[in-house]
Design a binder for this molecule. Sequence first.
Ligand SMILES: *Cc1c(COP(=O)(O)O)cnc(C)c1O
Length: 367
Amino acid sequence: MGARVTSLRQVSAGPSLSIDLAAVAANTRRFVSLARGGVMAVVKADGFGHGLGDVARTAVAAGATWVGVTSLAEAVAVRESGVDVPVLSWLNPVDADVRTAVRYGIDLSVPSLEHLAVMEAGVRVHLQLDTGMARDGAAPETWLSLMSAARRAELAGRVSVVGVMGHLPCADILGANESGKRALLRGVAMARQAGLRPSVRHLAATSAALTDPGTHLDVVRIGAGLVGIDPSGTTRLRSALRFTAPVVQVRRVAAGTGVGYGHAHVTDRATTLALLPVGYADGLPRTASGNAEVWLAGRRRPVAGVISMDQVVVDVGDDVVEPGDEAVVFGPGDDGEPTVGDWARWSGTIPHEIVTGIGARVRRSVR
Ligand SMILES: *Cc1c(COP(=O)(O)O)cnc(C)c1O
C-alpha cells in the first residue's frame, strides 16, 4: 500500500529537470584556476538552460569576476538576481535602451558605427571586433573609423571604452586560433593608437580556454564549460543536469506489434512497453528516434518508434516495470545512464542544443 502511494505521487510529478549547482561551482573553480586572467561566466539562454540567475550567482561565488550575456534583457535579469560584478551584454539592436544599461551598470558591446552613434551617458563599452567569424563584430576594414569615432565619443563623455573583444571561429581545432589572436591584438594596438585605453581584452571561450593559454588575455568567457560541456574533448567537466520522467503506463504486446506513429518500430518478439510522458516538446529531439535510449529499471533501454511531441515508448523486454518507476532520460552518466552528449550524438547536434532546448513545461528544481 505504502509503495503504491509513493508511485502515484511520482506519476503526478511528471518530467523533471534537476540542476546540480555544485557541479557548476566545481567547473567554475576549474576555469578560475586555469585562466591566466579572470573568468566571465556566460549565462545567455537562461544559463544554457540551467537557470540564468542560479548559474550567474553560483559562478560568481566560485570566483568568476564577470558575467556575460547576449541581450540587454538578460543582463538586467542577471543584475536583478543579485550579481554585483561587471556584466556585459554583446548582442543588441541599434536601438537598445542605453539608459537602462547605465542605470543597471551594464557594459555594452559596440560592433558598429551605428551602435556607437546611440551610446550616451558615459556607458561602458567593449569594442567588438570580428576576429574571423564573419558573424557579429565589426569587420576589419571598419576598425579604424570605429576606433576614432569611439575616441571622439569618449572625449564627449558619451562612452567609456573599457574593453576590446573578439571571438574565435574554430577554437575546438588545435592550432586554429593564431589568426584570431593576431587580429584581436592588432585591434587593441589600433585602439591605443586612437587614444583609447581599453583594459579588458577578451577572446577565448570554453575550448580555447581549455586548450590554448595564449588566447586567455585578460578574461576568458566561459559558457558551455560551466555547465559541464567541453567542446574541445580534452577535459572531463561535471555535468549538472538530471532529466527524469515517471512511467505512466505499462503494457505487454505480442511480436509484430507496430509501435507509435507510422509504426516506425515493429516488435520482433513479445515484449513489455513502458510509456514516458516526455517528448520533443520537452526537448528530446525527434531526430534521435531510432537511436535514443533511456535508463529504466537498472539499465539502458531503447526508445521504440518515433519520439512524439509529448511521449515516448520504451522497450523493456521481459523485465518488470511498473507505473511510477522513474526513468532517467539523461544524467551525468555516473551509473551508466545516457548523457547530454549521447542525446546530441543520437540527434546529430551538439550538447549545447540539448541543454538549451529543454521545454518550458518541464519542472525544474535546483540541488
Ligand atoms: C556563447 C559565447 C561564449 C561562450 O562560449 P562557450 O563555448 O559556450 O564557452 C563566449 N563568447 C561569445 C561571444 C559567445 O557568444
